[in-house]
Design a protein around this ligand. Structure first.
Ligand code: FAD
Length: 499
């Protein structure tokens, strides 16, 4: 922390300082402005204007809509059973969630975007991730906002831009200005044009800088993932966690029982720091995945995209074992190559912001060397750096299961058991891809950050993925809506605090 006594001259002053121009930061800014239109609100964002927007901008845009607070409370409580969230927080969150749809619809109208019922993730209106915990009563439906991609973030950003909210880009927050005795926050230090600028915040500071999916060291230290890469913003390097540690905050949800957002099969290529998300819904199934030992390692045909890559093992929902299987490859044949674009184009930083258009037939990526091709399985194995006989054995075993219509190894559904039968054959290296993280400062439903004794740190608020209340299993559409709810609370409480 930087002490107020060390500041000889403030470079800028505001009433409410918000760090991060994602969905949570937008929600905080809109609320702060609307609660007190005379207040000065400043957003500082790490990236350039063209690259702002964080994970929300490149997300699936799915919003959880609930009309039943009691059922949602029960559902979330069951999903959080491995690491319970305070009951009063859960109840109030569920109450606010049950009323959130009108807020979203209003914002969408104001922004000139299109609110649409239905998730785009499934043929039905809703994704029920964990039915046995009461999903069907809790979730009315999922909704998205068009345009896709980025509709939710575009909506919130347009609403911010209609208000008197100052925005400053290429200005990462790096520290808080804080009384060393009381921990009261007086402002923040922002890095801009090569120098540290001190910004006074008369009423409060909101940290809405997202998570740490783009920080490999934090993934190793906090999550135990030896290797992983982000689907989302390269800006989300855990800056908020570092700042909160210095600020005396208690941390929570750094490592949940499972990775809440899931550990998804992803494709890493040298040209991009982030990863592509492997396709979910397949037209053909002549493919399977192998681990370092040249064997299959899970049920690849299960509907894992509906459970954020959790599978039920020994009575518990756990992450699929990709991180413990590396190096891993997907093997497939010509039929699957011809009929499926291998990745999901509608979300991820690489496709939405970097605007890489993966070819529908994957030929451009084969030509780039991102996908390996060979006329025989043995030749393909050599290109992968694997033992040809072992890879041949894996293909024979899988093809035999297809012939029987029964996967005795992992119980892959019979309709997905299609053999690798048509040459040429292909291989795609897989790495663990992260949608998001939950860890950050422990907070209450008012978005106040708590210190290690459970007391709010004066004038410090936190919203969104940084310090999310999601403590284990995750229902589709909860992160974006939580960013709105926690952002609104942060903006409201900050602006209403006396200066
Ligand atoms: C591929 C993908 C799909 C997803 N799909 C869904 C979905 O369908 N539904 C759902 O609910 N959730 C989904 N999520 C999760 C959801 O997008 C995020 O949890 C949510 O956007 C978090 O919002 P946020 O505002 O807290 O963080 P972000 O949206 O990540 O925004 C953080 C902002 O802070 C900025 N920043 C970072 N560091 C600093 C700093 N030091 N100073 C200033 N600014 C900084 C970033 O540049 C960014 O603009 C998905 C995520 C990904 C990556």
């Amino acid at each position: 922390m930087t002490s107020p006594a060390s500041i000889t001259n403030w470079d800028d002053e505001t009433d409410v300082l918000i760090a991060g121009y994602g969905v949570a930061g937008c929600a905080a800014a809109i609320e702060a402005h609307d609660r007190d239109p005379s207040a000065d609100v400043l957003i500082v964002e790490k990236m350039t204007e063209a690259r702002a927007g964080g994970n929300g901008r490149v997300s699936g845009q799915s919003l959880l809509i609930s009309h039943n607070a009691e059922a949602l409370y029960q559902y979330q409580r069951a999903m959080s059973a491995k690491n319970p969230v305070p009951d009063d927080m859960l109840r109030e969150w569920a109450r606010q969630m049950a009323g959130l749809e009108s807020y979203i619809v209003e914002r969408s109208k104001e922004a000139g975007t299109q609110y649409v019922r239905g998730s785009g993730w499934s043929e039905g209106d809703a994704v029920y991730e964990f039915p046995e915990f009461g999903a069907e009563n809790a979730v009315a439906y999922n909704a998205i906002i068009k345009p896709i991609p980025s509709g939710v973030w575009i909506t919130m950003k347009n609403c911010v831009e209609k208000r008197r909210v100052r925005r400053q880009y290429e200005s990462p927050i790096v520290d808080l200005v804080q009384d060393p005795d009381t921990l009261e926050v007086h402002g923040a230090i922002v890095q801009h044009e090569g120098r540290r600028k001190a910004i006074r915040a008369r009423r409060g500071v909101v940290l809405a800088v997202g998570g740490y999916a783009s920080n490999g060291d934090m993934q190793r230290d906090y999550y135990g993932l030896p290797e992983s890469a982000p689907f989302g913003s390269p800006a989300n390097t855990g800056d908020g966690v570092r700042i909160l540690q210095k600020a005396g905050a208690d941390l929570w949800h750094m490592r949940n029982f499972g990775q809440s957002g899931g550990i998804w099969p992803a494709v890493k290529v040298p040209e991009f720091s982030g990863v592509f998300m492997r396709r979910h819904l397949w037209q053909t199934f002549s493919w399977f995945d192998i681990a370092a030992d040249n064997r299959r390692f899970y049920n690849e045909g299960a509907d894992l995209y509906y459970t954020h890559y959790k599978e039920r093992k020994h009575g518990h929902w756990v992450d699929t074992p990709l991180p413990r299987a590396l190096p891993a490859h997907m093997l497939f044949d010509e039929t699957t190559r011809e009929n499926n674009c291998l990745i999901t184009q509608a979300m991820t930083w690489n496709t939405v912001v970097e605007k890489y258009e993966w070819s529908d037939d994957n030929v451009a990526e084969i030509d780039r060397g991102w996908v390996l091709r060979a006329d025989t399985i043995e030749e393909l194995a050599v290109k992968m750096g694997r033992d040809p006989a072992a890879v041949r054995a894996a293909v024979d075993r899988y093809n035999a299961a297809c012939a029987r219509g029964v996967d005795e190894d992992f119980g892959r559904p019979s309709y997905t058991l299609q053999p690798l039968a048509t040459a040429p054959y292909y291989a795609l290296a897989l790495v663990p891809g992260l949608v998001c993280t939950s860890g950050g400062g422990r907070r209450n439903i008012e978005s106040q950050v708590l210190d290690q004794t459970g007391q709010p740190i004066p004038r410090l608020y936190e919203a969104g993925e940084l310090g999310s209340m999601i403590s284990d299993l995750y229902q589709n559409g909860s992160y974006l809506t939580e960013a709105m709810i926690s952002g609104r609370a942060a903006g409201r409480n900050a602006v209403l605090a006396k200066s």
